[in-house]
Ligand binder design. Structure first.
Ligand SMILES: [Fe+2]
Length: 394
């Protein structure tokens, strides 16, 4: 049965292929712009990925207005302000973000302050606060995980207050997402694994999120299957462009799913652990995902069990009695976690991720402030969060 009412929205044009970046000048011209600001980070610049973009633009009417390549690993209020000044002084008319979640979300933040004509980003935090469309915006992800290229979400760190601010608005959705395997070929195995587990957490939390619907379900299930078929192989063989392109598609599909269904407690715990102890987002997702699924079994056991099919394949699914499938799903996630630990040392516990035990109470407390918690099927209080944090510690 479908819900009596639901909404699904994704207007992002996706261009996927071995040289997809080469299509960007045409797409920007189509949007009527000619002077984009490129937002990226040092890692992307050092890996030579900007030259792929510059080469694509060399034969076109598009002139890059400016390049900002100092985006910090956790997008910050300070960077947003700095980039907004560069945008204005170079009279740019659009944005191209190249990078992982931080560069993409930072570009979203800058686009927001430019559009709203206010440098006070914090006043726009929360859900559906924005009231006008943003400047044309193209995204080229260099990781396969955040899904930020197709989501209405931006997470920006407020380093002074040690917290991650969450912005959600349909206006934050980019116009174009470019999936080009050349942009992820140099991603190291550990980051490939961590960002891939972020994508898996989007697909799986999205499948049980409170705003789930039949269309987001389809994206979740397709994404989980591709991740099962591809993630470990990509970690072991990162130079394979076909594997990279498949993972990029999987992450984008998971992004489309959760941008509609929303995510839950796994992300709330991860945002808090990231804000307080700087645990990379994907690492936190990998650690918390099995615990988050387990916690929701009572309310959503049937749906968690359904995910066993894409996650473990037909044989295991059919040979597992219906009432045991939810637990088998959790077990399969733990199996993937172990495989990734063996392949590249992806942390499996908070201790391995460098979290001091004395910080657990503080993380539990901050988890309660996170917006994603409101979309989790089961209610979570601070004691529950602390209980999970203790279990995830070692
Ligand atoms: Fe995430």
């Amino acid at each position: 049965m479908v819900p009596s009412h639901y909404e699904f929205y994704n207007p992002v044009k996706i261009i996927s292929g071995s040289h997809a970046v080469d299509n960007l000048p045409f797409e920007l011209e189509r949007l009527g712009v000619s002077c984009p600001l490129v937002v990226t980070d040092k890692g992307v610049a050092d890996a030579g990925l900007l030259s792929i973009l510059e080469k694509a633009f060399s034969d076109s009417n598009i002139n890059i207005g400016a390049v900002y390549d100092k985006t910090p690993p956790d997008s910050s209020l300070k960077a947003v302000k700095e980039i907004a000044d560069i945008y204005r002084s170079n009279r740019c008319d659009s944005f191209v973000a190249i990078g992982g979640g931080s560069a993409i979300d930072t570009a979203k933040g800058v686009n927001l302050v430019i559009t709203q004509n206010s440098d006070d980003l914090a006043q726009f935090a929360g859900a559906q606060v924005l009231d006008k469309p943003m400047q044309p915006f193209a995204v080229i992800p260099t990781t396969s995980g955040t899904g930020s290229e197709v989501t209405l979400v931006a997470v920006i760190s407020d380093t002074d207050r040690n917290l991650k601010m969450l912005f959600t608005s349909h206006y934050l959705l980019p116009n174009i997402a470019i999936l080009d395997p050349r942009m992820t070929l140099t991603l190291p195995p550990s980051m490939t694994a961590a960002t891939g587990m972020d994508a898996l957490s989007h697909a799986m939390e999205g499948y049980i999120g409170l705003q789930k619907n039949p269309i987001s379900d389809a994206y979740s299930m397709a994404s989980i299957k591709l991740i099962r078929q591809t993630l470990l192989a990509t970690v072991k063989n990162g130079k394979d462009p076909n594997l990279r392109l498949t993972m990029a598609n999987a992450a984008t599909m998971a992004g489309i799913a959760f941008s509609n269904s929303m995510v839950g407690m796994v992300h709330s715990l991860g945002h808090a652990a990231g804000g307080i102890c700087h645990v990379p987002h994907g690492v936190a997702m990998s650690i918390f995902l099995p615990f988050g699924l387990e916690y929701n079994i009572e309310k959503e056991g049937k749906r968690i069990g359904e995910m066993l099919l894409p996650l473990a394949g037909e044989n295991i699914y059919l040979n597992t009695p219906v009432e045991q499938r939810a637990k088998a799903t959790v077990k399969a996630v733990r199996g993937l976690q172990q495989d990734l630990y063996n392949a590249c040392g992806l942390p499996m516990t908070l201790k391995q991720a460098g979290v001091p035990r004395k910080k657990l109470e503080q993380i539990a407390q901050k988890t309660m402030d996170d917006g994603a918690l409101g979309y989790n099927p089961e209610a979570v209080d601070q004691e529950d969060a602390l209980h999970i944090l203790k279990k995830a510690y070692e």
